[in-house]
Ligand binder design. Structure first.
Ligand code: ARG
Length: 461
């Protein structure tokens, strides 16, 4: 049997393999609600424009509500022969509403329909993503505030660099997620133009009111070029790109959790709720959730690369290749959502070992820069020279295998005679972080101020 929707010029039905490669119903049914919402807006506009009668429009709207109820009740029979969600809904509508249903597809094509549906879906998903990211920021800000003054090592090249506070480190991620949310808002704003009424590619001869449908679906305006409207998937690419960047941020944090929770670092303990055991080694507490947040980044980035590849050579306007926009996006969004939830859970449960962090903060001569700064400030020597002097002092301490503050004053004076007892004040890690008061620096009072700023901002969002 040929296709009930477009089979007019076909004598035979499709090969089973064509059906298998062509059908999208197994995944695009996910935006049935958006499809029905779009159809209702379309038919209401057609009635207002006098293109279909009020009676037919009413029958169609009522029928669409019934279809929606059936899908939600799980009684709807999806058919692969009907390819996609659009034709599945319309075919069932015809059974319910009779001949009037045939008028719904006036001045519309599946090309503008699918672009509209998918934009509605992505818009909802972006709103959900923003809410989840906000929640994660809240968890991070709370923990950062609690540990605003807890000293830990700061690293460059993963080598001890200078002491920072745990709160400062966590707030770094709050900033990253803040930018992720900015990208979500940008993407949402740019996608919010309505393709509906662009029809197959050229627009339509019917006197439709595209502003009306755009408005009723919550879009800012109708798209301005019908060819672009049906072949634009920038909103999918942008969403995958922002998802990839965000997943990358989560992955960096996950990597730190993995590292910090090793017995060698011992900076944090992940809760039982977010750790797993080993089937052979009884002592193990494995950070599987963090590892998977790190690992799942690959799928998200993969979806972005996949979709960039799909789009790169497509001539205008619609090509069926674009049906490939869905599964990758669904998977990327689901993956990211799970990763954000897991990260927020790990943060809320996190038990930092403040003593271990503090001890490690002093390792590796992490206050060497403080000593150099002291020489500049107190003795008045140029920084480059001070750097050299401190390098020699660190060399002595390393040779004696002692921390900087444990090196006798006489040893320091042998390198630079103007060093006095007062220097010991800056060699401790707590004093080091306390002194970093420049805007954006790690001093506990800065960290408290930044946490308060975020808390205020989050309360408004
Ligand atoms: N299922 C299709 C998609 O997702 C809908 C649009 C089909 N349009 C067409 N002319 N075959 O892209």
């Amino acid at each position: 049997m040929s296709n009930a929707m477009w089979g007019g010029r076909f004598a035979k039905g499709p090969d089973a393999v064509l059906e298998a490669i062509n059908a999208s119903i197994d995944f695009d049914r996910r935006f049935y609600a958006q499809d029905i919402r779009g159809s209702k807006a379309h038919v209401a506009m057609l009635a207002a424009a006098g293109v279909v009668s009020k009676e037919d429009a009413a029958a169609i709207e009522k029928g669409l509500d019934e279809v929606l109820a059936e899908i939600e009740a799980g009684t709807f029979k999806f058919s692969r022969a009907l390819e996609d969600i659009h034709m599945n809904v319309e075919s069932r509508l015809a059974e319910i509403a009779g001949p009037a249903a045939g008028r719904l597809h006036t001045a519309r094509s599946r090309n503008d329909q699918v672009a509209t549906d998918f934009k509605l879906f992505v818009r909802d998903a972006l709103d959900g993503l923003d809410g989840q990211l906000r929640d994660l920021q809240e968890a991070l800000v709370e923990t950062a505030e609690t540990h605003a003054a807890a000293v830990m090592p700061g690293f460059t090249h993963l080598q001890s660099a200078q002491p920072v506070t745990f709160g400062h480190h966590l707030l770094a991620y709050v900033e990253m997620i803040g930018r992720d949310r900015g990208r979500v808002a940008d993407a949402r704003r740019r996608l919010n133009e309505c393709p509906l009424g662009s029809a197959a590619l050229a627009g339509t001869s019917f006197p439709i009111d595209r502003k009306m449908t755009a408005r009723s679906l919550g879009f800012d305006r109708p798209t301005a070029n019908s060819l672009d409207a049906v072949s634009d998937r920038d909103f999918v690419l942008e969403t995958l790109a922002l998802a990839s960047i965000c997943a990358g941020h989560l992955s960096r944090f996950a990597e730190e959790l993995v590292l910090w929770s090793t017995p060698q670092f011992g900076f944090v303990k992940l809760s039982d709720r977010f750790s797993t055991g080993s089937s052979i080694m009884p002592q193990k507490r494995n950070p599987d959730a963090a590892e998977l947040v790190r690992g799942k980044t690959g799928r998200v980035v993969g979806a972005l690369v996949g979709m960039l590849t799909v789009m790169k050579g497509l001539p205008l306007a619609y090509s069926k290749d674009m049906q490939e926009d869905k599964e990758g996006l669904f998977d990327a969004l689901d993956t990211l959502s799970l990763s954000i939830a897991a990260t927020a859970g790990m943060v809320r449960d996190l038990e930092p070992n403040l003593a271990a962090m503090k001890k490690a903060a002093g390792a590796g001569y992490a206050t060497a820069t403080d000593l150099a700064d002291w020489l500049v400030r107190v003795v008045g020597i140029p920084f480059r020279e001070a750097h050299h002097v401190v390098g020699r002092i660190v060399g002595k301490a390393a040779a004696a295998n002692v921390a900087l503050e444990k090196l006798p004053l006489s040893e320091m004076q042998a390198v630079e005679p103007r060093i006095t007892e007062a220097v010991f004040e800056v060699l401790g890690v707590a004093n080091s972080v306390k002194s970093r008061v420049s805007y954006g620096g790690t001093a506990p009072k800065n960290v408290r101020a930044q946490a308060a700023r975020w808390r205020k901002r989050l309360a408004k969002e």
